[in-house]
Design a protein around this ligand. Sequence first.
Ligand code: ADP
Ligand code: MG
Ligand code: ZN
Length: 479
Amino acid sequence: MKYQPVIGLEVHVQLLTDTKIFCGCSTTFGSEPNSQTCPVCLGLPGALPVLNKKVVEFAIRAGLSTNCSITPRSIFARKNYFYPDLPKGYQISQFEDPICQLGWLDITVEGQETKRIGITRIHMEEDAGKLVHGDSDMNDGSGVDLNRACTPLLEVVSEPDLRTSDEAVSYLKQLHQIVTWLGICDGNMEEGSFRCDANVSVMPVGSSTFGTRAEIKNINSFKFVKQAIEYEIERQIDLIEDGGTVVQETRLFDPNSCTTRSMRSKEEAHDYRYFPDPDLVPLVISDQWIERARRELPELPEQRQHRFMTDLGLPAYDAEVLTASRALADYFEACVAAHDNAKAVGNWIMGEITRSLNDSGTSIEACPVTPARLAELLKLIDNGTISGKIAKTVFDEMWKSGKTPQTIVEEQGLVQVSDIGAIESIIDEIMAANAGQVEEYRGGKEKVFGFFVGQVMKASKGKANPSVVNELLLTKLQG
Ligand code: ADP
Ligand code: MG
Ligand code: ZN
């Protein structure tokens, strides 16, 4: 029998606010344990939560950018469970009436048509604290650090519309790109700022009833998401083929063995006893607020990609690569503003710039070659001062020394030789020294042409203008 996997993702997005969702404590990462706490986030009796407006603003931005409708009157609820990192005994979240509902993202997987993936809901909630085990101060004991308690999160829940691990990764990457582009999340998956629970089930092909799902918790890289889903699909199919049944449960992914293992079954699952939090009034969002947020949205990756294609004439591939992040797209546009040749600018960014950034582990924000300098370099190529090949040498020197391309060209005498007389005399010398190859060429062995080009370029230390060299060589060799 053939099986059809079904996948739905729940993504936790940690918001980049300065302060927590229900108190004024700082959200800075990595501070002394419990140094960023107050009666509210410590869950002391009688302390009252006050909603951070910035969290609402960020949630609206996320919702509008994922085609959701914004709920005019949304409710905070208590999700009750006991854990030592949750001093109140409940997490404030949203259950019925979350702030954003019924959106979608259009994803593309290589070789397939665009597919629309539904977003069921996006809700706001507070994070829990953290247990720290076996720290030096605690010897073998465990401690509770509540700095993270009450940190704002968005939970983005997809419809079970995904069918393959590649579709899941594509959806996740697009969501990651949007929240980082909006500046509402730093996107750091290793630190858990963007993490995913994957719900996976399988059913016989052609069936219209979904199978029972397992939920794999807290996966923190795109690669792990792919591996976890693929393992889980195989596991469930093997189980069914062997006559077993899939049980609804929560599982953990182990990156070392690339397998998932059971954490708790449905019977052990919590009944959270959600109810509206009486400490927080309903959140009412006016149409004006939504419209203002809509107006203030930045141009999103998809729109920008489209504009790069239609206004700047870039191929789809270039437009996609150059909008990988907002900073990269900004860099590209600053270069184009200074040098009106989008295709050439794009090639340099996708080539030399990207390579140098990767080699040195630098982000585009810290690129030592500014857009203005890159534009100067490209102008030197366009006006024939240097060849494209020499430009790469100049670029490496700009990267290292921070000097202007003009200075480097002058200091190192790299100006391109286009003077016909000078190139002709080099060609004459080389032809005289390689009479054998000249005969071969004239006898019909045209491949030898490349040899001559190489020799002339070498003799000119790469400075001869390649198109002049080609033209003159052709005339001379043909005698
Ligand atoms: P819960 O709140 O218990 O996690 P939800 O109904 O909210 O349950 O579903 C959570 C996620 O599971 C959603 O992303 C949804 O798309 C996905 N999902 C639901 N049913 C299935 C299924 N049979 N197979 C795969 N994913 C599913
Ligand atoms: Mg869930
Ligand atoms: Zn606090």
